[in-house]
Design a binder for this molecule. Sequence first.
Ligand code: ADE
Ligand code: ZN
Length: 342
Amino acid sequence: MVYLLSIISHMDNSVEKLIKKIPKAELHLHIEGTLESEMMLSLAKRNNFELKYRDAEEAKRAYNFSNLQEFLDIYYEGAGVLLQEEDFYDLMIAYLSRAKDENIIHTEIFFDPQTHTSRGVKFSTVITGIRNGLVEGERRWGISSKLIMSYLRHLDEKDAFKTLEEALKYKGWITAVGLDSSEVGHPPSKFRGVFERSAREGFLTVAHAGEEGPLEYVKEAIEVLGIARIDHGNASHRDREFLKKLSEMKMPLTLCPLSNLKLGVVKNLREHPLKIFLDAGVMATVNSDDPAYFGGYLNDNYIAVAESLSLNESHIKKLAVNSIEASFLSKAEKNALLERIG
Ligand code: ADE
Ligand code: ZN
């Protein structure tokens, strides 16, 4: 039996053990994407919100998507139950509690204010709940964090400017701005003005690019938006010259293997470009994106990709080191965390 299991599982047990115990950072996580169906149902009940699912199983069954847009439709619908400050707080605590169990020591979290303000929820309600959750998570479990406010790219730039105006009061709580939602047809250049203004206000910038969209969008995100990190960036892997450039620039990529699998960005994980990026010296990291919808949190992503791409212990260590190096922590803070990896 043990022999049989060892043939079925291609991955060395010591790699899985290392994945679970190594301290690491998560840099690409949408807090709205951590809303488990059980919590969705309980928040709907608490808020007297009429949800179209009768129970958590029915909600889970509806998580049936084969591309980004099909997923986003379900994700925005689920986020409808988030109405009060305590909902955002509870959501954050639930994620951080899992993060602690996975040895995540630092996390940089996206939130999409427009998903909520468009439904009449105040910006202050969203950010205060999230912020209080992050402070409590650090107090309880010592997990440090940064917050990234993401503009929805299917909306127009004017709407993003309005969101930036609201964010200015909370500058001390927000480290960076990002760009997410439906990619194709909404190139980074559509947001040139608001990214320039965000940078002038002191925010760092990141953007989803090359997830479903073309390599051109990745180039535009770097050249036009001046981003410090690429979210996904999968479309870069076939261009050798560009890989060299990414490596020379030390431009981090926040890859999300299980998300890519569930959204049809890759047909199977053996085709995932993570190893191509690592072999080319690109600062690739592994992340979970929207774990409640994609069937796995951070360690599940590491394990799935380690198994499919036959990663060894030194790959895992490199990914953990990259996750700290690619973060928005100061040099001294990074050094302190890197020491914990050993
Ligand atoms: N918002 C939440 N998850 C996303 C993803 N994977 N791509 C673009 N926008 C998102
Ligand atoms: Zn994402």
